[in-house]
Design a protein around this ligand. Structure first.
Ligand code: HAM
Length: 431
């Protein structure tokens, strides 16, 4: 029986492969204008990084991590009957998100020196969560994100959200179907007061929640807001919200964020129920949602989100540096777009097909194709001894703009024919 791809994964082929590259290129170019530089970090890290980073009671850490075991470590764990038998450095997991890895990298490479400007990093790549697959929800998915570490300025936070809104529009996601939700979830001071009020409410309603939220009410009450089950959503509509409890500092930061977003012409909606699913957030958070129905995304309509994390760097062993960032889910962005969109390529990516009129000239075709590629052109040649007619058919399939035809007489004069695939004009050119 043929082997199939694992559940919840996807083959990115043809237009989709190109579109993922476009998505990244367009983003990296745009983000570079704001000082973000790209980085590529490990796909797996020590499990401890995610546990300490995202919080042990979050769904992602608790239920959705993929663990990575070498054969030796698998044997050790099986003999002991637990992953805990492994040394901490051998407990590894596929990254479920990018923020914790970026923070680890910033600490390990000492990227923010005391008194220096914040470090701004952009990343793109696969993330892994063992969730139940459905439209817009995969087990391996692609994220694009940025992190700015070393500044707690609201200007930087607003700039980050404005940069994202501009990118989404450039990529083709219509502002009419997009909604940017913002909230302040407070700092450790005000959140503690709020948490107590919330727990009182949750206890008074406990019979109405699903089993999981019943447990969450004890372990991590804010997470009850993340539950998508209708009965829990209905109860949480009446829950106290943090906006009534945030301290003066957090309120000021939130008001300033709103003012700056207006300056940047970004439309937003205040969402007091927005808490985000990971524990590291503090104060200003946001989420980009798209219309559930027209995009077919249903409950998975958050195409991106992020916020501030005042203590993550310290919690992961670094100095006391605040951070802010976001991540976008590529698959959901494509669904929001309604089509796989490949952005216009420039002239340097014109495609060439080098054809030869007989088999003896194959080596010349091979050599000429190599030469064209060193000039930055995209070039294909025949590898199966096809006739000239079938080489033309292949060139057409390849999407060639030009076919270079090598024939013995032209070659003897150091020339070849250049066939324009659109106009079918042929000109003699020098090799
Ligand atoms: P997140 O909200 O967990 O945040 O994920 C960001 C985006 O990744 C989501 O809005 C969604 O588009 C996409 N995504 C998440 N899970 C899946 C899935 N199973 N299948 C398909 N797409 C998915 C973070 O990951 C934070 N690290 C964002 C951040 C950066 N906060 C601060 N800096």
């Amino acid at each position: 029986m043929a082997i199939k791809k694992p559940t919840g994964t996807k083959d990115l082929l043809f237009g989709e492969a190109q579109s993922w590259r476009d998505f990244q290129n367009l983003a990296f170019e745009h983000f570079a204008k704001f000082g973000y530089i790209e980085c590529y970090l490990p796909t797996f890290e020590q499990t401890e990084l995610f546990v300490r980073g995202m919080g042990v009671t979050t769904d992602v850490v608790n239920k959705e991590m993929f663990h990575v075991l070498s054969s030796q470590n698998l044997r050790t764990a099986m003999e002991a009957g637990s992953l805990d038998a492994l040394k901490v450095k051998n407990r590894l997991s596929l990254r479920p998100e990018g923020t914790a890895g970026v923070v680890r990298c910033v600490i390990e490479n000492n990227l923010v020196l005391q008194g220096a400007a914040p470090v701004k990093l952009a990343y793109a790549g696969s993330m892994f969560r063992a969730e139940r697959p459905q439209s817009g929800r995969f087990r391996e998915f692609y994220q694009l994100g940025v992190e700015c570490i070393g500044s707690d300025s609201v200007f930087m936070e607003a700039e980050c959200i404005i940069m994202l809104a501009q990118f989404l529009e450039d990529f083709g996601i219509k502002p009419e179907i997009t909604c940017i939700l913002i909230n302040s979830i407070g700092c450790e001071k005000c959140r503690d007061v709020y948490r107590k009020k919330l727990v009182v409410f949750l206890k008074s309603q406990e019979s109405k929640f699903c089993e999981e939220c019943y447990r969450r009410a004890e372990t991590n009450p804010l997470r009850v807001f993340d539950c998508k089950k209708l009965r829990c959503v209905a109860v949480m509509k009446d829950a106290p919200t943090i906006d009534q409890y945030i301290c003066e500092d957090c309120r000021k930061k939130f008001e300033q964020l709103k003012k700056l977003l207006k300056l940047g012409a970004v439309q937003y909606v205040e969402a007091p129920h927005l808490v985000r699913g990971l524990d590291y957030y503090t104060a200003n958070v946001f989420e980009v949602q798209v219309d559930s129905e027209s995009t077919g995304l249903g409950a998975q309509n958050a195409i991106g989100g992020g916020g501030a994390y005042a203590h993550l760097v310290k919690d992961l062993g670094g100095s006391d540096l605040p951070g802010f960032g976001f991540a976008l889910g590529y698959e959901r962005c494509v669904l929001a777009l309604g089509e796989v969109k490949v952005h216009a390529t420039d002239a340097s990516t014109e495609k060439y097909y080098v054809a030869c009129v007989d088999e003896n000239l194959r080596e010349h075709a091979f050599e000429y194709a190599l030469k064209l590629r060193t000039e930055g052109k995209i070039v294909e040649i025949d590898s199966q001894g096809r006739s000239l007619k079938s080489q033309f058919k292949q060139a057409d399939k390849f999407g060639a703009n030009f076919v270079v035809i090598l024939g013995p007489e032209e070659l003897a004069d150091g020339q070849c024919r250049l066939h324009n695939m659109q106009t079918h004009e042929e000109t003699l050119i020098s090799l």
